[in-house]
Design a protein around this ligand. Structure first.
Ligand code: M6R
Length: 364
């Protein structure tokens, strides 16, 4: 079933352009230039607050979505990991939308959080990959991802499919809130349609990235930095590396570096920076300079423009295509997945079945 691939995770990373395209088919009407959602009996324009709850990688997809919902739809968003949400007595106003994100649809904490939110009078939206799962059955608004079965314990294709659905949901919400002109909507549809091809271009760097594994494999600690939606992407990059290579890794908002973690930096610490060119780029570059001044070894993931400006002095660079901010997280997911994968292969760990981890966490 792995075909020519060595591991399921590798196969699933490479499947992403196809499954993202498949998923997006249900959420865009390209000829009309419109985003769309499955039919349900609910008026998105009434949503005054979204509460997002998930675990692990699905939680990071939710964190990216928070930036989008706020930026495009101007709707306030609250987000938490399910294990905290269900016990912290969250204040949920009647009529709110609670959004649960899960590959399996069976994660115990997320399911319990969903039931709690229902008791508190929330409308339940679920982004889920397994259509027969408990969460799918209990949803008012079912938003399926079409990633197909994900076998590798480290989530990859389910994550980028979640991002695709969440981007479309952000656009739907923005339209319902009167924040999107027809032209803007058409543009978003175009950008979403470009995502699979941009992900293909990112996958073309597979061999270069394999060649960088030796920069990370010997490290004891690795930092991932990003700003805006690239901050949750940094968290996701660090989680992927931890899970399958067993190297301690942390993701940080680049601006938080000087509030503590910079103390860790020396010439043994690789620092992976995710920074597409754009309004936040200069800020991240100055954080990179702080790292470099302390001997940190930077691997910069950016587009041609960003690399021309800030690539010098990095131990390695990975060039991403220049893309709209809405699809950047889908594209930047690819190099962080590949880097984690190749480092794990270099270390000889069990990539598809990492120690201590289960694919679906059905106990608390
Ligand atoms: O099935 P779910 O999306 O609810 O699972 C949530 C987490 O357990 C999951 O994302 C986990 O963090 C993965 N191993 C990440 O690669």
């Amino acid at each position: 079933e792995k075909g020519n691939y060595r591991h399921f995770m590798q196969k699933e990373i490479f499947e992403q352009p196809i499954v993202v395209a498949q998923t997006l088919q249900s959420y865009v009407r390209p000829f009309e230039g419109k985003v769309a959602l499955p039919d349900f009996d609910f008026d998105l324009s009434t949503v005054n607050r979204v509460t997002i709850v998930a675990c692990g990688t699905s939680f990071y997809a939710g964190m990216v979505a928070k930036y989008w919902f706020e930026q495009f739809a101007r709707v306030p968003v609250d987000i938490d990991v399910a294990s905290e949400f269900r016990y912290r007595q969250p204040v949920l106003e009647p009529g709110g939308l609670a959004l649960f994100i899960s590959q399996s649809g069976e994660t115990a904490d997320t399911l319990a959080a969903l039931r709690h939110a229902r008791e508190e009078g929330q409308t339940i939206a679920v982004v889920v990959n397994v259509p027969t799962s408990s969460m799918a059955r209990e949803a008012d608004l079912l938003l399926p991802t079409h990633a197909g079965p994900e076998i590798g314990v480290a989530s990859t294709k389910a994550f980028t499919c979640q991002l695709s659905v969440l981007a479309a949901l952000a656009a739907n919400l923005a339209r319902a809130k009167g924040r999107l002109t027809e032209d803007e909507e058409r543009e978003i549809v175009e950008h979403l349609r470009e995502a699979p091809e941009a992900m293909n271009q990112a996958l073309n760097h597979d061999e270069d990235i394999a060649g960088m594994a030796h920069l990370v494999a010997p490290a004891r600690d690795v930092l991932y930095l990003g700003r805006g939606p690239d901050y949750p992407m940094a968290l996701e990059g660090a989680l992927k590396l931890k899970e399958i290579s067993y190297i301690h890794a942390e993701g940080y908002a680049a601006g938080e570096m000087k509030h503590g973690p910079i103390a860790l930096i020396d010439d043994l610490v690789p620092v992976i920076v995710l920074a597409p060119s754009g309004p936040l780029f200069e800020k991240t570059v100055s954080n990179m300079q702080e790292v470099r001044a302390r001997g940190g070894k930077i691997i910069l993931i950016s587009d041609a423009k960003g690399l021309a400006e800030a690539g010098e002095g990095c131990v390695a660079t990975i060039e991403m295509p220049e893309v709209h901010p809405l699809i950047a997280p889908l594209v930047y997911a690819v190099p962080v997945q590949l880097l984690a994968y190749h480092v794990a292969v270099a270390k000889g760990t069990d990539v598809d079945q990492p120690r201590n981890l289960a694919k679906s966490v059905t106990v608390e």
